[in-house]
Write a protein that binds this ligand. Structure first.
Ligand SMILES: [Zn+2]
Length: 307
């Protein structure tokens, strides 16, 4: 089955302040790299639809959805010190959230094994009732809720962004149908203090400058037993690549081999437990070269013999 690649030109329109790291250049860098290395020619390209209010309200409050749908962008609004609502933010955010719906439908419909959503703004910091940390709607949560609405009973979200996905935790921490497995740099934004006893949240903080050995041990020792117990029917991935050693916003030292290892692990897990169903959603990653090469490394194991 092919790998689907879901994006939309509207995701390039959202641009915050000059020099803001979460910029349209990120998607351009990924696209250029996939064309240069030949992967692009093997992808099944699809366009992201806009998410509907009903799909958004599965994970966000009606007030938050109304706010983003109606917020004035002139002048731009600071929703937090780093998160600006600009003229085209609404369009990009609706496409980013809609991409996950499309991805779930393609994977459940047997059209793709992995559906990768190359979209922005990212989503995993957006809480049920609040935009923050460059995020407006929680894209991976919208996708997970859509999968549940399509009849799945258990889905797992794997989040390896260097920043903890506080929004995804806020939305699903009391939902036994969703298992959220995370690794993250600590201490680092959003200064998550650990999830205590929640059975739905498996999170492993990593000390500053931790490299691949610590990351792989965290995944192997903490994620895998939880996934084995949970038996998810679909894997959703909050694919942030800012744990790469070159990232200007991260504090970890992952390398391309680690992202390739993780891609292979996710691919094998999906094959064993959930009929090859994987939906990946781009989150962070702010060094353009490292981001593009990390996405390539993550995708390689899914390309089978195509390359
Ligand atoms: Zn991040």
């Amino acid at each position: 089955m092919p790998v689907a690649w879901i994006t939309h030109p509207d995701c390039l329109l959202h641009q915050m302040e000059e020099g803001h790291p979460e910029s349209p250049l990120r998607l351009h860098a990924i696209q250029d790299r996939l064309m240069a290395c030949g992967i692009d020619g093997f992808l099944l390209h699809a366009e992201a639809p806009e998410a509907t209010p009903e799909q958004l309200q599965r994970v966000h409050t009606a007030e938050h959805v109304r706010f983003i749908l109606n917020a004035p962008a002139d002048p731009p609004q600071h929703l937090d010190p780093d998160t600006l609502f600009m003229r085209h933010t609404r369009r990009a955010a609706l496409r980013a959230a809609g991409s996950g719906v499309q991805a779930v439908d393609m994977v459940l419909g047997g059209k793709a094994s992995l559906a990768f959503c190359a979209v922005r703004p990212p989503g995993h910091h957006a809480e049920r009732a609040r935009a923050m940390g460059f995020c407006f709607f929680n894209n991976v949560a919208v996708a997970a809720a859509h999968a549940l609405s399509r009849g799945l009973e258990r889905v797992a979200i794997l989040d390896f962004d260097v920043h903890y996905g506080n929004g995804t935790a806020d939305i699903f921490q009391d939902d036994p149908r969703v298992l959220l497995c995370s690794t993250y740099g600590h201490p680092l934004y959003p200064y998550w203090a650990g999830s205590g006893d929640s059975a739905s949240l498996i999170d492993v903080p990593l000390s500053p400058y931790s490299a691949g050995t610590a990351f792989r041990a965290a995944v192997t020792e903490h994620w895998l037993p939880a996934l084995e117990r949970f038996q998810p029917q679909m894997l959703l991935v909050s694919a942030g690549f800012d744990a790469h050693g070159a990232d200007p916003l991260g504090n970890l030292r992952l390398g391309l081999d680690d992202y390739r290892w993780l891609g292979r692990l996710v691919q094998q897990l999906a094959e064993q437990c959930c009929e090859d169903r994987v939906v990946a959603m781009l989150e962070g990653g702010y060094d353009l070269t490292a981001l593009a090469r990390s996405v390539e490394a993550f995708l390689e194991p899914f390309m089978g013999g195509a390359l």
